[in-house]
Design a protein around this ligand. Structure first.
Ligand SMILES: [Zn+2]
Length: 385
C-alpha cells in the first residue's frame, strides 16, 4: 500500500512537472531577434541581436501560452499543421515580428480588413510553391514568400519562410583558378581557397531577419482587391513597396540587414537616391522584372523629409523597449498605393512612371505636409526622373 502510494505520488509529481513544462505566464520573457539602431544607424552584421520581450506580445490563444498560435497567425513546421511550441526560436521570432507589423499597418489604416485575415505561416520550408498541388516536389531555399489562397479553397493565404542553403559555385571557382594560373604562371592552385570564398553564397535565413519578415507582412497587409491582391503573376511594384516597408519598420534603409543570416547578394541599401531613368526602361524592355533599388531609395528620401512621428499604435507591449513608430512618410507611401492603378490597370501592374502621380495625389490628402516639405519632395521627384 505504502509502495503504491509512493508510486502514485511519484507519478503525479512527474505528471504535474510535465504538464507545466510548456506553460508560461504573460509576463514571462522570451528572446527574439531585434534590430539594434545605434547613433550611427544600423550597420550590416552588427544590427541583429537577441533581446527579451514579454510573452503577452504574442497574444497566444492557448491557456498555457505554450503554442505559437493566436487569432491571426499559426506558425507551423514546413508542410505540417500543428502549431509549433513557444520554445521554437524561429517560430516565435516570426510570430513576434508579424504581430508588430500588424500594429504598424493598423496605425496606417485602422480599417484595413486584410489585417483580420487569419493565416498559416510555414517556417523551415524546403518545398517550392505549386499553385495546383500547394507543395511542389521541387525544392526551394533562401527565400520567403506570400502565397495566395487556393482557387478551390484547399488552403488559405499563407506565408512561407524557406530554409537557408549555403552553397559554393564550384565551376566558377575552378574556372577562375585556372584562368589566374594561366595569366600569372606559378601561382596555380594556391588561389583556389580565395576563389571558393569569393564564389560562395551563405544563403538567406529569412525567418531570423526582421526586415525580411516585415517585407512578407506587407504582402499580407496589402493583399486586398484595391491594393496589391496576391496573384500567381509576379510583379515587382509590390516588391518595391514591400522592401520599403521592411526598411521602414526597422527604421533603417536596409533589406536583409544581417551578415550572419544573409549573403551579400540578398542585402540591399536604399539610403542614396537612385534615378529611375535608364534602369526602369532596361528592366521593362528585357522583361527582367525584379525588385529594384531605385523605388525604395526614392521612398526613403521622402521618409527623411516627412520624418514626423504620427503615432505609436496603442498596445501594452509596444510600450516596452521596442515601440512601433509610424512616420508621416510611411503614411504618404501607403496612401499612394491606391492611386497607382490610375483606372488603367491594377496597382500590381503599375509602371515606375505611375509612382510620381500617385504620390502627388496622396500628398493632397495629407494636410500635415507643409509647403516647404512639399517643395522638397517635388525636388526629389525631379532628381529621380
Ligand atoms: Zn516580396
Amino acid at each position: 500500500m505504502a509502495v503504491n502510494l509512493l508510486i502514485a505520488i511519484l507519478i503525479s509529481l512527474s505528471y504535474s512537472k510535465f504538464s507545466h513544462a510548456g506553460s508560461s505566464s504573460l509576463d514571462d520573457e522570451f528572446a527574439v531577434n531585434q534590430v539594434i539602431v545605434s547613433t550611427t544607424g544600423v550597420e550590416f552584421g552588427k544590427s541583429i541581436l537577441p533581446r527579451s520581450v514579454l510573452i503577452a506580445a504574442l497574444e497566444l490563444s492557448d491557456s498555457e501560452n505554450s503554442k505559437l498560435e493566436n487569432r491571426f497567425f499559426r506558425i507551423v513546421e514546413a508542410t505540417g499543421d500543428e502549431a509549433l511550441p513557444l520554445s521554437d526560436f524561429d517560430g516565435r521570432n516570426v510570430l513576434y515580428h508579424f504581430m508588430r507589423a500588424r500594429l504598424f499597418f493598423q496605425g496606417l489604416e485602422a480599417t484595413n480588413h486584410a489585417l483580420s485575415k487569419s493565416m498559416t505561416i510555414r517556417i523551415r520550408m524546403a518545398h517550392a510553391y505549386n499553385p495546383v498541388t500547394h507543395f511542389s516536389s521541387r525544392n526551394s531555399y533562401n527565400n520567403a514568400r506570400h502565397i495566395p489562397e487556393a482557387i478551390d479553397g484547399q488552403w488559405g493565404p499563407e506565408t512561407w519562410f524557406h530554409l537557408p542553403k549555403p552553397s559554393v559555385n564550384w565551376p566558377r571557382s575552378i574556372l577562375n583558378t585556372i584562368l589566374f594560373s594561366l595569366t600569372v604562371p606559378g601561382i596555380g592552385l594556391t588561389l583556389l581557397p580565395a576563389n571558393v570564398i569569393s564564389n560562395s553564397n551563405g544563403g538567406l535565413d529569412a525567418a531570423k531577419i526582421p526586415s525580411v519578415i516585415y517585407h512578407e507582412a506587407f504582402h499580407w497587409a496589402s493583399d486586398r482587391g484595391d491594393l496589391f491582391p496576391e496573384s500567381q503573376v509576379y510583379h515587382w511594384i509590390p516588391e518595391d513597396y514591400a522592401n520599403y516597408f521592411g526598411a521602414a519598420m526597422i527604421d533603417a534603409p536596409l533589406r536583409a540587414e544581417s551578415e550572419a543570416y544573409a549573403a551579400p547578394h540578398f542585402r540591399k541599401n536604399f539610403d542614396r537616391l537612385k534615378g529611375r531613368s535608364g534602369q526602369a526602361s532596361k528592366m521593362i524592355e528585357s522583361g527582367a522584372y525584379n525588385d529594384t533599388s531605385f523605388v525604395p531609395s526614392l521612398f526613403w528620401q521622402i521618409r527623411k523629409i516627412l520624418n514626423a512621428q504620427l503615432q505609436i499604435p496603442p498596445n501594452a507591449f509596444t510600450l516596452t523597449s521596442f515601440p512601433i513608430v509610424v512616420r508621416l512618410g510611411d503614411q504618404l507611401i501607403w496612401n499612394s498605393i491606391k492611386y497607382l492603378g490610375n483606372n488603367k490597370h491594377s496597382a500590381r501592374e503599375a509602371l515606375p512612371s505611375d509612382i510620381e502621380p500617385a504620390l502627388l495625389k496622396a500628398m493632397d490628402e495629407l494636410p500635415q505636409i507643409t509647403t516647404a516639405q512639399r517643395s522638397a519632395i517635388l525636388e526629389i521627384l525631379t532628381q529621380w526622373r
